[in-house]
Each structure stands twice: as C-alpha cells, then as structure tokens.
Ligand binder design. Sequence first.
Ligand code: COA
Length: 262
Amino acid sequence: MPSPFRPDLFAGKVAFVAGGTSGINLGIAARFAELGAKVAILGRNPEKAQAAADGIGALALTADVRDFAATRAAMERVRNELGPMDFVVSGAAGNFLAPVLGMSANAFKAVVDIDLIGTFNVFRGCHDLLNLPGASLIAITAGQAVNAMALQAHACAAKAGINQLVRVLALEWGPEVRVNGISPGPIAGTEGMARLAPDASTQDKHFARIAAKRWGEIGEIAEAAVWLCSDAAAYVTGTIIDVDGGSQVGDASRVDLMKGLA
Ligand code: COA
C-alpha cells in the first residue's frame, strides 16, 4: 500500500507509545520511526521491550501502565533523553473472553486497570512533558466501547471509559493538545484477534459480517495514527476514528440475504 505521507514527515518529532512492544502499537511506533521521529516504546517485559525497540531503532522503557509513578518516570526519561513529546499513544490493553459469571471482581478490575486506568495514567502523566502547542495524543480503543459484546463486559466498560476520557481531555487541553482515539477492527496478526477469534471458523464468520470483507492490517492502523498526528488533522480533536472495515456500521452478511428478496 503506497503511503501518501512524505518520508521525513516526523523528522525532529518525539513519540512515546505505551504498549508499543507488539501488534498495533509496535506497528504505529515503527511507522513513526520510519517517518523520522525519535521513538520510545513502553512495555511490561524488559526483554520483550528491548527486542522490539532494537528492531525499530527506538528507546526501550519498562513499566506497567497500572502503576502511575512508574509510567510517569518512564515518560520523564523520554523527555530527558529524546526531548519533549510531540505524540503520545496509549495502547496497552488486556483481554480475555469470559462471561460476567465466569469473571471475578479482580478479573474485571485487571482489564479496566490496564485499559482505562492505564490510559488515564499515560495521559495524566504526560501533560507537562509535552511539546506545546501542537501535541497529539491517541488512545487505542475498540468497537466494544459502543457495541455491547457478550464475554467482553470488562473490555466494553473500559473502552467506553476511554472514549469519554478522550472527549473530556480534548475539551480540557485544547487548543494546545489534540486528543483522539483510534478504534481498530479485526486486525491480522495481533494478540487481540488471536484471543477473540482463535480459530479459522470464528474468523471466517466475523469476516463475512464486515463491509470490507477482509482483515485489516497493522499498517492501516499506523497510517491513521500518522494522519492524526500530522498537520492535516490540525482541526481534529475529541474524535474516535473507526479504522475497522465498517465493523460497526452493521452486519454486512445480511446484504446477500436481502438481495434474495429484492
Ligand atoms: N477468564 C476468567 N478470568 C480470568 C481469565 C479468563 N480467561 N484470565 C485471567 N483471569 C482472571 C484471573 O483469574 C485473575 O482473577 P483472580 O485473582 O480472581 O483469580 C484476574 O483475571 C487477573 O489475572 P492475572 O493473570 O493475575 O492478571 P495479569 O495482570 O497478570 O494479566 C490479563 C492481565 C488477565 C488481562 C492478561 O490477559 C494479560 O496480561 N493480557 C495482556 C495481553 C493481552 O491481553 N493482549 C490483548 C489485548 S486486546
């Protein structure tokens, strides 16, 4: 897929990606680095973070986003070693399939803590470390924020909270900071899809229901993040961008059913 963005778009910029050691977040970090940004990625596991950072020429940081002080300390390192941050991506997430009655209070809390409290910690902790005006913050959310999904009570609650946090911060921190979310659909090669659609039959059923009729690619989420951080999106804040092949529009598998009736 040819990119419309010029290769030095982010030269001189500093980006921090929480959860950037794998999947969508690593894809965003890699793309920002490719476009010339100095990038730092944060993960829970030091070896994994270092290996991922080495692969894209980034600074590796270790902290659990549930720990405000550790997350803040990591971002202070970014400011001290790379400079004030232009772009902050909060993408650390946890998930598993379980009905509410199969979920302890601690299980529910674990996902809310990583996703929602983690995003609060990253955003709350970064503000005075940003390069202002003009900083761009992105939260990685999901369709569960809007559409209730069985076996996903924890993620639905957490992602709905993230969407509202994005909107509130856009109000409170504009115009110096823009705050947006990206809501990815089913993206190939991610841990999230491996957990939520583990076998080919589940994947095919899901695939039939979405307008794009295919999985998304990590690179397609990264391009949306680049656009949100570019000057082309200077008037975009408080918005959740669905990059999901039409997943939330409705059930595309019904089109064939309805055609038979037309
Ligand atoms: N069904 C029900 N409960 C589950 C579960 C499952 N599949 N997996 C974990 N839990 C429960 C645990 O039993 C525990 O509850 P308990 O203390 O009452 O027994 C609670 O969730 C926390 O689990 P724990 O493993 O201690 O937490 P953790 O902080 O190490 O891990 C998770 C957090 C559970 C979210 C884990 O899945 C994770 O680390 N995920 C990160 C990666 C990921 O999910 N990526 C995909 C993002 S879309």
